[in-house]
Design a protein around this ligand. Structure first.
Ligand code: ADP
Ligand code: MG
Length: 151
């Protein structure tokens, strides 16, 4: 259980929450998203992109692993589901230490490559329109981001 959690009642709600969170991020920040298929990971990323001023439509990068968008900051959207059980390193360090925001769907598949500090968000299906979002901040910066966006 997390100290920082919120229930969203619609897709729009989740997008709005992510938009607000985006405004608290700084270059080099990494957000990891966990949750079953259909939980809302990509929906959340769309909100994050809106919040960063990305104009292009964000779609799931499942077949490309990484998609890059440009808003106020670069946004690197990764879906590493396909890397399950492979140790493949596709240059994560450069993304994680770069000047953009990284969002990683299914991040536990690349656990060994994650930086020391990041914000893990678990999204769970409650019912058709409701999702539970739990924030697990790693490090002081993300703790204050979580407190700000939930508070
Ligand atoms: P994932 O990337 O986790 O597989 P998606 O974001 O692609 O999931 O899909 C989430 C689906 O759940 C969308 O069809 C969306 O409309 C629906 N949905 C219903 N309620 C919510 C909610 N509260 N938050 C996010 N998505 C929701
Ligand atoms: Mg997805």
């Amino acid at each position: 259980m997390s100290d920082y959690k919120i229930e969203t009642r619609s897709e729009r709600d989740t997008v709005q929450f992510a938009e607000e969170l985006a405004l608290l991020l700084k270059p080099g920040d990494v957000i990891t998203l966990e949750g079953d298929l259909g939980a809302g990971k990509t929906t959340f990323t769309k909100g994050l992109a809106n919040g960063l001023g990305v104009k292009r439509t964000v779609n799931s990068p499942t077949f490309t692993i990484i998609k890059e968008y440009h808003g106020e900051l670069p946004l690197y959207h990764m879906d590493v589901y396909r890397l399950e059980d492979s140790d493949e390193d596709i240059g994560f360090d450069e993304y994680f230490n770069g000047d953009g925001i990284c969002v990683v769907e299914w991040a536990h598949f690349i656990r060994d490559y994650l930086p020391a500090e990041y914000l893990m968000i678990k999204i769970a299906y409650v019912d058709e329109h409701t999702r539970l979002l739990e924030l697990f901040p790693k490090g002081g910066h993300f703790k204050s981001v979580a407190a700000d966006v939930i508070g």
